[in-house]
Every structure is written in C-alpha cells, then in structure tokens.
Design a protein around this ligand. Structure first.
Ligand code: PLP
Length: 454
C-alpha cells in the first residue's frame, strides 16, 4: 500500500504552542485518519483496541491534533500520563539532548547518573520520612510485579491481597491482581496463584464507614489467609480503572496499621494517582498514610515509558544482587524525561493547577448531578474526577448511558474515557496544561451530550 502523502497537510509541532482550540474540520474519523486506521485493522492485532477514531499527529496544552487537522480537547491525558502536558518543552528538550548523547547502555551493564538521580528524586518526593531506595522499570505492570517480588523476598511469605475493582496491569501476575475479567483477563488464564481478593471500601455503594470497611477486610485476611502467610497487601489509594473509587476516611490507615502490626508489606499502587494528578504529589498524602512500597509509572516521565518501585530501604534491599532489573529498565532517555517532568512537578505550580482543575470539574459535574439524577455520584481529588451514571431509582449501573455520552463527546471533539467495573463511570484526567476555557468548553459538550442522551 502506498504511504500517505504527508507533504499534503502541514504537520504542526506539538506542545503548548499548538492553537488551544476545539476545531472539527471533518467528521471523525476524517479521510486521512480513516485510511491510517484501515491500515491498523490490517496490520495490528485485533486485541489492541482504540477509543478515539483518529490518527494523532501532534498534541500539547489541552489538545490532540489529528491527521486531518481536527483539534480535540484532551480530557484523558493518554490515561493520566501527560500530566505535565504533551510534548512539554522541558521534556522534549531533555529527550532530544539525551538521545544525542547515548540511548542505552543497560543500567545493569554500565550505570549512568540520570537513573540514580531519578531514584534520589523518588526517594525524596514519595511520602514517608524514612530511608528509601528505588528501582526503575518500563511499565506500571512491571513495577507492580517487582513490588510483589520484593515483598515476597523480604517477608519469606507468598500470599498477596488485592481488592475488588482493583487494576494493576496486563502481565500474568498483574492480571491475577486485577479484578475485572472483561476485557483484561477473559480467556488469558491460568493466572498466578496465591492472589486473594478483599472487598474495597466503596462509599457510594456499600454505605460503610472506613472503620467498618477495614474491619471487613481484616477479618477476611485473618480467617481466609492468615497474616503469617501474607507477604503484601496492594491497593490503589484511589482506584483508577475500577471507577475512581475513593475509599471512606479511615479505611486505608486502618489497613496500613494492621499490615504494620503483622509484618505485611503495604504497597500503594500510585501508577495512576501519582505525580500531582490528585492535587498532591501522591494520593497517599490525602489519606495520611506512608506506604512501605509505592509503585509509580504513567505521569512520571511526561509520556516516556518509565516506572518505579520506591520504598523502605530495608525492604527494597531484600533481593540478592541481580535479582531485580531488566534490559531497558531506567532507560537513559526515559530518565532524562522523568527528571524534566519532576522538575515541572516540583517547581512549576502544577499541584496547585491540579487543585484548580479539580474545583472546576467538581463544580460543573455537581451542577449536572443536580439537574439530572442519572448522575449518581461525583467523586475524586484534583484532576482525577469521575461521574458515575446510574438508574435514579435503583442505583443500578447505567453503562449504556455512559457509553452514549462518551461516544457523543468524542464525536464532538472531546476526548473522554470511561472506566468502572460496571462500565458506568466517565473519568476526567485532563493534562494540567489545559486552560480553563478549553476545560469548560469540554464540559459544556459533556453536559449537552448527557442532556441529549436517552
Ligand atoms: C495503568 C496502571 C497499571 C499498569 O501500568 P502499565 O504501564 O499499563 O503496565 C498498574 N496500576 C495502575 C493503578 C494503573 O492505573
């Protein structure tokens, strides 16, 4: 098949200089995107789906621009990744400079300073005023796998507890940890053994306070597993894919206390919630907890693939030399990007920006909720906010409405993502580089799509 004539349409550079506007010059997908997506269908495995029917050519600020020149408002950040903004100038410059210097040595063969600097930065910015160490990997799932390896080695125990609605990745061990069958697990088993599931605190649906919900968990751990067999408890402080579920106050601290009293490693999976997303550097801070280990990825490096496990030095050091690592883990270009992104997180006011965005999102969505009882719950922190759609009488999840609203938004040039065990949640994760006007315009479209949906 002939390559597209890319000279025909000027491809803009990305980053914050892109015109910050919603602009539809074709229906979606336009002809050029349609042609590229047809090639996707021919060349790419069917299991790799996509949400927005466009071929991206540039992104930045609060927009994604496609091959036909459509400019879409981005309320998803490529799943909470481009928190500092797509093609952020500091990240792009750091990547270009490092790519011209060296692209790889393998940190386990001949180490380099930027990996160590990322580890030092992570040890400093993560919650907990105790000695910490870090190890770097390529993806969130790989970080989670390694956190479990480390916890098992440290405790000499095998069992691991994850939660209802939890999401931890798509590799074999992380599929076992993930709760939802379709689409993440169905047909892909058998899954890793010694993984147990505990009930999450889900205030909108369980009506329990934090203490009650934690007591329910702890009873189950003691009776069904036994603390002596339990290496680790892993939980997202605010669940991501599972529906942006914010546990009741007191739930997480009670579980942390129980873990500490029983020698169980408490792992906070902050792959989605980390790095300013929730209006705090880490969501653990919201709940006043200091996890033993924290897994990070997504927002860490402005879009480059990087992940980490950070935690108590004595736990992190449990593994023998050579027991942790990987060919690409802590790749120098990804580390350069992470150092640039962490500089932005610490110095450019993005945590405050996440809170401002959160105020706008909560305001607009609670207004929609007042006018429409199908919006059952609005929840989240900072720039990680969701609306859960229900049957107003029974609170039964309304996945059809959710899908219809999301589809209508995307057709109007607003990228929104759904989530939730029941597929009835729309989550808002805009890049923190989005402006108020664009964010409000995106939410106008959401409100109109909701009003128009049957
Ligand atoms: C996305 C995600 C993962 C998996 O990260 P990948 O980089 O896709 O492997 C793990 N945990 C949480 C909480 C996530 O949101």
């Amino acid at each position: 098949m002939a390559l597209l004539d890319t000279a025909a349409v000027a491809v803009p550079l990305g980053g914050p200089e892109l015109p910050q506007e919603r602009r539809l010059v074709t229906e979606l997908p336009g002809p050029r995107s349609a042609e590229i997506l047809a090639r996707k269908a021919d060349a790419v495995a069917a299991g790799v789906g996509h949400t927005v029917p466009v071929a991206t050519v540039a992104a930045g600020g609060g927009v994604v621009v496609d091959a036909d020149g459509n400019s879409l408002i981005d309320l998803g950040s490529g799943i909470a990744v481009t928190t500092v903004g797509n093609a952020h100038p500091k990240v792009a410059a750091a990547v270009a400079a490092q790519a011209a210097q060296f692209t790889h040595t393998c940190f386990m063969i001949s180490p380099y300073e930027s990996y160590i600097e990322v580890a030092e930065a992570l040890n400093r910015v993560t919650p907990g005023d105790f000695a910490k160490k870090s190890a770097l990997f390529n993806s969130g799932a790989e970080a989670v796998e390694n956190a479990i390896k480390i916890a098992r080695k440290h405790t000499g125990r095998q069992a691991v507890v994850a939660f209802d609605h939890g999401y931890h990745g798509r590799t074999n061990l992380t599929m076992a940890l993930t709760a939802k069958s379709m689409p993440y697990k169905s047909g892909f088993g058998p899954f890793a053994p010694e993984v147990y599931r505990a009930p999450m605190s889900y205030p909108f649906r369980d009506g329990l306070d934090g203490r009650e919900a934690a007591a329910r968990v702890i009873l189950q751990l003691e009776k069904q597993i036994g603390a002596d067999n339990l290496a680790a408890v892993i939980i997202e402080p605010i669940q991501g894919e599972g529906g942006f579920i914010v546990p009741a106050d007191g739930f997480l601290p009670a579980i942390v206390d129980w873990c500490r009293a029983n020698g169980v490693v408490f792992i906070a999976d902050e792959v989605q919630t980390g790095f300013a997303r929730t209006g705090h550097m880490f969501a653990s801070e919201i709940f006043g907890i200091e996890p033993d280990l924290i897994t990070t990825a997504k927002g860490i490096a402005g879009g480059l693939p990087l992940a980490a496990v950070t935690g108590r030095a004595e736990i992190m050091d449990a593994s023998h030399s050579g027991g942790l690592g990987g060919t690409y883990g802590g790749n120098p270009i990804a580390c350069a990007a992470a150092l640039a992104a962490i500089d932005v997180f610490e110095n450019d006011g993005v945590i405050e920006r996440a809170r401002e965005i959160g105020t706008i999102l909560i305001d607009r969505l609670t207004t929609m909720q007042k006018n429409d009882p199908r919006v059952g719950d609005v929840r989240g922190h900072g720039a990680m906010i969701a609306a859960e759609f229900v049957d107003p009488e029974t609170k039964a999840p309304n996945a059809a409405l959710t899908a219809a609203v999301a589809k209508a938004c995307i057709a109007q040039g607003v990228i929104v993502l759904t989530c939730g065990t029941y597929g009835n949640v729309i989550r808002f994760l805009p890049p923190l580089s989005i402006g108020d006007d664009l964010l409000n315009e995106g939410l106008d479209i959401v409100a109109a799509a909701l009003a128009a949906a049957e």
